[in-house]
Write a new protein. Structure first.
Length: 288
């Protein structure tokens, strides 16, 4: 076999980006499969994004992740946008197909894969409450709608933003998405089967904060999910467990969006356990 010292390249572009742990997870996966691939963590200012994407093309890179502030701005520089990413209106992953760069969004898909794989729950036909109407909520509500959730109820502090998002996604997905304003403490309706905190409440350093919700009417099997992964053990999840409810932390979504990216780029089956362990280690989380 002729020698091949050429590495395949993928990267995350963002600003700030230094604390993004995705590279450790992807590099661990490449090593586990013996792939000569590299994942670079690159700081790119907004003014340099167009040049950076030209660089992605010039280097023949296999794909990229985008993080703050590039998830929307990158779309104009790509050749095609996947249908769900177009509905979401943001791209967090780019894959190459021949000479084309295709925009994908794996945030909501990663969330759903985690719900299925880690919590053993299929969102199809479920009644879901999503707290929040920002970027993470939009990706999750879109994928829940496309996966056939029976109803998605969006609850958000800013009524105007929540109302707009729910109406827009209901029109684009043809799914039953409704909005309720978040007034005081929100009593989660008794028929809810899945509750998702897609706000940033509880995110480091504000770790003592919890979304103002109460579970007195909740039914025993309701799965409580948090998108906040730093820290993975949020006050919301601790509160839910004290009420005897099953929970899923934000690391699950983070791992599975990376797992899906790995699949899109390499076409190989990702070593999920290796990726999970690398991420937990990178974030200083002990055990499983
Ligand atoms: P945005 O800034 O786009 O949205 C933030 C949302 O949180 C809004 O709905 C906002 O409500 C709500 N919110 C914030 N503070 C409060 C508060 N004190 N009370 C009530 N509502 C509040 O953020 P993102 O959607 O991008 O990110 C949200 C979280 O998701 C972050 O913690 C992020 O780290 C996490 N995330 C996790 C991922 C994972 O893989 N696990 C992937 C992506 C994000 P309002 O509209 O009223 O301002």
């Amino acid at each position: 076999m002729p020698a091949n010292f050429k590495a395949e390249l993928v990267a995350v572009l963002g600003q700030p980006v230094a604390e993004n742990p995705t590279g450790l997870m992807q590099e661990a996966a490449f090593q586990a499969l013996g792939l000569n691939w590299r994942y670079l963590t690159i700081e790119v200012a907004p003014a340099n994004l167009a040049d950076a994407i030209r660089g992605v093309r010039a280097f023949g890179m296999q794909g990229i992740n985008l993080t703050i502030p590039h998830k929307v701005a990158v779309m104009q520089h790509l050749d095609r946008i996947a249908p769900d990413a177009a509905i979401i209106g943001a791209v967090n992953t780019v894959r190459r197909a021949g000479s084309e760069l295709i925009g994908e969004n794996t945030d909501g898909k990663g969330f759903l894969r985690g719900v299925r794989a880690d919590a053993g729950v299929d969102p199809h036909g479920k009644r879901v409450v999503v707290l929040g109407a920002g970027g993470a909520a939009r990706a999750i509500v879109t994928e829940l709608a496309l996966a056939g959730a029976a109803e998605v109820l969006v609850v958000n502090r800013s009524a105007e933003r929540g109302q707009r998002m729910a109406a827009d996604l209901a029109a684009k997905t043809n799914a039953p998405i409704r909005f309720e304003p978040w007034l005081g403490t929100y009593a989660v309706p008794g028929n809810t089967e899945l509750l998702v905190n897609a706000t940033s409440i509880g995110l480091y350093p504000d770790v003592d904060a919890a979304p103002p919700v109460e579970f007195s009417a909740a039914h025993a099997g309701m799965l409580v999910c948090d998108v906040v992964f730093n820290p993975p053990e949020t006050r919301l999840l601790a509160m839910a467990r004290r009420c005897g409810l099953p929970t899923l932390d934000g690391l699950s979504m983070l791992v599975y969006q990376g797992v899906i990216g790995f699949e899109l780029w390499t076409g190989r089956k990702p070593p999920e356990a290796v990726m999970k362990q690398a991420l937990r280690k990178a974030l200083g989380v002990s055990g499983e």
